[in-house]
Unconditional design. Structure first.
Length: 200
């Protein structure tokens, strides 16, 4: 039994360094996600100002005006699919196909935020529990310095894991609302196009 428990402790302690390395990698990835999220927000604000009212008040006669208002150099997901919807031959089946493609790509973009939201606290907790064991051993042996070092690891892994999760959660909540609204806008434009099969 002692051999089994020692093997278990050895396996658990050997996971601490990989856990810390993964936490650091995810932390830097969350910083990159924060930057791309800010850029996406600024692009969305610009597009909402340029296209929001035109889509809200869109009529079959205003389709040409909406086409002309599309940003020429904007490759954001919504503008890309809206441009495709407006320049392709009108048809309900193709419009449904485009909207499904938009939702699939939006889901791929959301996957990173979902992963960070779920995996951050898990890795933080793993690091916390692994580092807690030698800290308790140091406390029982009277090694205050060793205990303090391991307690630093305990708190650091917890904090990093929660920061990663917070970034994932905030970006996920905002992006879900953005993509839901944009999918509704694409659906609305497609219905207007079916009222105007000529597309002009």
């Amino acid at each position: 039994m002692e051999i089994i428990t020692k093997a278990l402790f050895w396996v658990a302690n050997s996971l601490l360094i990989p856990d810390i390395l993964i936490l650091l990698a995810l932390f830097f990835r969350s910083l990159l996600l924060t930057g791309s999220f800010y850029n996406q927000y600024m692009v969305k604000r610009k597009n909402d100002r340029a296209l929001g009212d035109k889509i809200k008040r869109l009529t079959p006669a205003g389709i040409a005006e909406l086409k002309a208002a599309l940003p020429a150099r904007d490759d954001s997901l919504f503008v890309k699919y809206l441009r495709d919807l407006l320049t392709s031959p009108p048809g309900e089946a193709y419009a449904d196909f485009l909207i499904s493609g938009f939702e699939n790509e939006a889901g791929k973009d959301l996957s990173l935020s979902r992963i960070l939201t779920k995996i951050g606290p898990v890795l933080g907790l793993i690091g916390t529990l692994i580092a807690m064991s030698p800290a308790l051993v140091g406390l029982s042996a009277g090694d205050i310095g060793g205990m303090a070092y391991h307690m630093q690891v305990v708190f650091a892994t917890t904090v990093i894991g929660l920061v990663i999760s917070a970034v994932g959660l905030v970006t996920l909540q905002f992006k879900q609302r953005w993509y839901a609204k944009e999918a509704d806008s694409l659906e609305y434009v497609s219905r207007i196009l079916t009222l105007n099969p000529s597309g002009i």
